[in-house]
Design a binder for this molecule. Sequence first.
Ligand code: 5AD
Ligand code: FES
Length: 364
Amino acid sequence: MTIDEILHKDQLNKEEIKLLLSAEGEDLKKLFDRALQVKLERLDNYVHLRGLIEYSNICSKYCLYCGVRCKNLKVERYQLSDEEVLECAKLAHELGYGSVALQSGERSDKAFVDKITHLVKEIKKIDNGSLGITLSLGEQTEDTYRRWFEAGAHRYLLRIEASNEELYYKIHPHDARHDFQQRLACIDSLLKVGYQTGTGVMVGLPFQTLDDLADDLLFFKEKDVAMVGMGPFIPHPDTPLWQYREQIPTAKKRMELTLKMIAILRLMMPEINMVAATANQTVDPQGREKAILAGANVIMPNLTPNEFRENYLIYPDKACVKDKPDECHSCLDIRLAAIGHKVLYNAWGDSVAFTKGNPNYSKH
Ligand code: 5AD
Ligand code: FES
């Protein structure tokens, strides 16, 4: 089968995915062009924004790749006050972002669960519930997920990080706190509770193969998730995986592989929401735009107050750490216009894949 035939198929099998993952030169250009064409046909040239609020870097986990793992004692820990969170949310609303994403290190104690429930309800009070809320707060019980959903959150991101159990345990400690089956069960709970559920992986991890990446894409399809986030792995010097930094593909290759993953998934799941992760921009100043042109349709501008941002360095040299929220804002419009896209302001920007399958879902 020729590359053109594969690029026009409805369903891709693992061999075809691997072939596309290995595409180079003219074939690679064809892949990106086709993914952009599919996105524009199905979703138009809109980009949705989620104002990102990095609520706290206090975390009970110690994933082997993550700069804010609890065992990294160099990090100064913080938690935003309720007022700070609500100020960020109001700013998102004023800037017309339509949605916020509340992200945090993982905690599951009652005080934390209650606090998030409270914050979700308070954010919902802004202009009569006009802001959509995405949560990214790690593994929780189904009951907690339900409480937060009932409080008003409607999207949840929990990356599987690696859908191959063996690889998962090479990038996480093999213990009760980092249990692969538990993580899978959490994704199932989120889907069951009714969230627009997002997952994803890092690309270019040590020990990761093309087979793994192809299986990751098939995993997203099988779970029928509404949203996916994928970004290049960036080694952090204060983490155990730093020791493998010479054994992974170059930053350029990791970026290219991420773009291929985005493009192939756009062919496989034409109407899901896919984020152009900040990690892309860290590896390549044009990384976010490249991800949008490869098929992504969501950007998460950082709204965290600047004084806290440098304590949320999951990976080093994170982009925009020094930018002010409103600078990011004008910068985005210009950057997107330059590549023929535009921000859809004042809308939740729900996953079309999800709303189509749930006709009673109250759209905004
Ligand atoms: N490089 C790239 N992405 C990372 N993440 C965590 N550590 C790194 C890293 N070193 C991603 C994980 C996590 C998300 C919050 O950040 O995929 O889910
Ligand atoms: Fe697991 Fe940060 S400790 S992602």
